[in-house]
Design a protein around this ligand. Sequence first.
Ligand code: GA4
Length: 319
Amino acid sequence: MVKGSQKIVAVDQDIPIIDMSQERSQVSMQIVKACETLGFFKVINHGVDQTTISRMEQESINFFAKPAHEKKSVRPVNQPFRYGFRDIGLNGDSGEVEYLLFHTNDPAFRSQLSFSSTVNCYIEAVKQLAREILDLTAEGLHVPPHSFSRLISSVDSDSVLRVNHYPPSDQFFGGANLSDKSVSLTRVGFGEHTDPQILTVLRSNGVGGLQVSNSDGMWVSVSPDPSAFCVNVGDLLQVMTNGRFISVRHRALTYGEESRLSTAYFAGPPLQAKIGPLSAMVTMMNQPRLYQTFTWGEYKKLAYSLRLEDSRLDMFRTC
Ligand code: GA4
């Protein structure tokens, strides 16, 4: 049974869709508003080349269609970069998902795959999009340009690419009778969590499953749109904006008879980068400093010592 499923809001009309071909000041204003209210939005007319997207999707489908022994024979390099099946993280979390997890600046793991050049191209394209969104964010907040994007542009940035494949739910029931309405096919593909990094840029095929938690604590189902990228605020951006932006809790469910494929780029800073509220986001009177300063390396270590759904940011609150 899926925890909290009774709280679902069926429609996603409250999810902002931002057209990046609009005038720049409009786009930056809309991004800031979306990050403050939900911490999640979709972008359209994002400029990422369709061939790069289609190749990545097709090659990923081909990979996950391989026999289990072939997928499992792809050697893990440094934890957590590997092909994974059901288990998530290091502390016993699991979901109905198989995945590939790549470090964007360390090609060692992906070099084993036949489609590593496709992955490289995709990483470059989504990194560029993430940078652009972060620059627009800085403009909208009137903080120094590149305040955020410089952290992910550096050669030693610690960003990650994850390709998740959620097989159809019926596969988990060994051919259960799908017409039997008493059998709930809804399963947790990837449990609720926030993303630890700065920003996440995610694309999926036309199959739904992603849900985000809104300010009332309701789960909002995100309708799939393969032509859009979904963008969410990560924990570090919440800290750097001194709590003005929301690192949104989200999860992926699996249901129905179709496979869902999603590819997420998690834009992270170098391990030694110091993260704290930007000075422009702190005022003694109205916005006192909410978070201590820490390095991304310290934060990442903490994230991997906890469970997926744990709130890690609370541990760095000043009060
Ligand atoms: C969530 C976001 C990314 O998928 C990820 C995940 C990571 C993992 O699967 O190895 C984590 C998870 C994610 C947050 C808490 C820790 C680390 C699993 C887990 C229990 C790759 C990431 O960077 O953090």
